[in-house]
Every structure is written in C-alpha cells, then in structure tokens.
Design a protein around this ligand. Structure first.
Ligand SMILES: [Zn+2]
Length: 83
C-alpha cells in the first residue's frame, strides 16, 4: 500500500474540526432556530407561529436573518418568567 494514499484515506475518515471560536459562520443555515432563540415564541408583530420565520411587507418577504424586535422581547419575557 502507498503511504500517501493511506494518509489521504485517514484524512477523509477524519471528521471536520469543531467550530473555531470567533470564526465567521458563512454556511447558509442562518434560519436554524438555534441561531434565533426568539423563534421559540410567536411573533406579536407579523403573527408568525413558533418555529416560523418572521415576514415583512404583509408576508411577501421572509426575514431570514432576524426577527421583529417585539418577538425578541416576547421571547425574553417568556424566558424570564419560566426561569
Ligand atoms: Zn415578526
């Protein structure tokens, strides 16, 4: 067996490194609810149900990277009241 080939196989079998602290997250999973904790509650502004993204302009545009400030506030209020 060729050593270089063994090394390549070993590298391919190695899982990718864990996220580096402070590293910019460039992967397109900004809608992951884990990145927007406020998605756990309904939005008082646009009426989105828990787990759904906020919408703007009467629902014609999805807010992919953030939620309404009222929703964040509602989530904070709920988090505070349950702890
Ligand atoms: Zn909203």
């Amino acid at each position: 067996m060729i050593p270089a080939l063994d090394r390549t196989r070993a590298l391919l079998d190695t899982p990718p490194p864990a996220t580096i602290p402070g590293q910019l997250d460039l992967e397109p999973h900004m809608t992951d609810p884990a990145t927007i904790p406020a998605l756990a509650v309904a939005c008082p502004s646009c009426g989105s149900t828990p787990g759904q993204l906020c919408t703007s302009h009467g629902g014609s545009r999805t807010r992919r990277n953030d939620v309404h400030q009222t929703r964040t506030a509602a989530h904070h209020a709920q988090t505070r009241s349950t702890q």
